[in-house]
Design a protein. Structure first.
Length: 303
């Protein structure tokens, strides 16, 4: 059993008002959390595991910088070609008895990844994935899906494509703090980029996104290097903990000590819900999380 440790994280600026209100008025019933899926894209590099991070305008419950992801949609329930592990299998992997919910999270994860990066985990059969999704035509399709002019399942059906659910691995389940005004209940998945595909920003909405080396980002976590590079008003001068939600920061820590994509993806993870709670430490409001300690060279310590 992994050893859980009490971890403290900075309270993001855009949550300070909600946190103070929660304390001032006494704890109330938390607002309902929206269901969401997110995909951690991975690739190996000479300097260690790399992952794709993107900037999110506004105050996203996933963080100012986050892995590709977002809310589930009604269309995620539509019929769609399906290759790989069944929805029943996914329900077991995600630790839920609700097979329909597990299916929605998988469809939503693949859809959100496609919208935000153009990476499409789909193909005509179990041995093939789509290639060359960086063309102008594919960008038009991404914009149409993102703007909800067309549904993701329609575009797949029209092209004779099925979801490659075997290309996803389950990671963890994070819920936004109870006091937050906008809350997500997010299932995180991991995937590597299929052959002859590359992530790119969505023309209509993308501002900043790139591959980052997890080891480097964690090594520079107390500096403002990444926030300064993003160059937005709400990123310049901020440290990693002020840009990411605790869940993303902890996942980056795990990647930083992993010995490559295969090792990271093959970790044994048990279904577990993580959630940050509000605490006061020496007069300062912070977020507290109980999470497994990250031990270099001991990937089994991840939960």
């Amino acid at each position: 059993m992994p050893q859980l440790a009490r971890r403290l994280f900075d309270l993001p600026q855009d949550l300070e008002g909600a946190a103070q209100s929660w304390l001032d008025h006494g704890e109330r019933t938390p607002r309902a959390a929206r269901l969401a899926s997110s995909v951690v894209l991975l690739r190996d590099s000479p300097t260690g595991l790399e992952t794709w991070l993107g900037y999110r305008p506004g105050s996203s419950p996933l963080g100012v910088l986050a892995f590709p992801g977002g809310s589930l949609e009604a269309s995620d329930d539509d019929a769609v070609g399906w290759l790989g592990p069944s929805p029943q299998h996914w329900a077991e992997q995600l630790g839920t008895d609700d097979v329909g919910l597990a299916r929605r999270h998988v469809v939503g994860a693949i859809r959100e990844l496609f919208e935000e990066t153009g990476v499409l985990l789909a193909g005509p059969d179990m041995s093939t994935t789509v290639e060359g999704t960086s063309s102008h035509e594919w960008m038009r399709i991404r914009v149409a899906v993102a703007d909800q002019e067309k549904t993701f399942t329609e575009l797949l059906a029209k092209r004779g494509l099925s979801l490659r659910t075997d290309l996803l691995k389950p990671l963890v389940n994070w819920r936004s703090p109870d006091f937050a005004h906008r809350r997500f209940d997010t299932r995180y998945f991991a995937a590597t980029v299929p052959m002859n595909q590359q992530p790119s920003l969505l023309e209509s909405k993308g501002i900043w996104g790139r591959w980052v080396c997890a080891t480097k980002v964690i090594a520079e976590r107390d500096t403002t290097a990444l926030g300064d590079e993003v160059g937005q008003e709400n990123t310049v001068g901020l440290t990693l903990g002020q840009l990411l939600v605790p869940g993303s920061e902890i996942m980056l820590e795990k990647m930083a000590v992993a010995n490559g994509c295969i090792a990271y993806l093959s970790y044994k993870r048990k279904p577990h819900v993580y959630q940050a709670s509000l605490v006061e430490e020496e007069g300062k409001l912070m977020l507290e999380v109980e999470a497994a300690k990250t031990v270099a060279g001991d990937p089994q310590r991840e939960r």
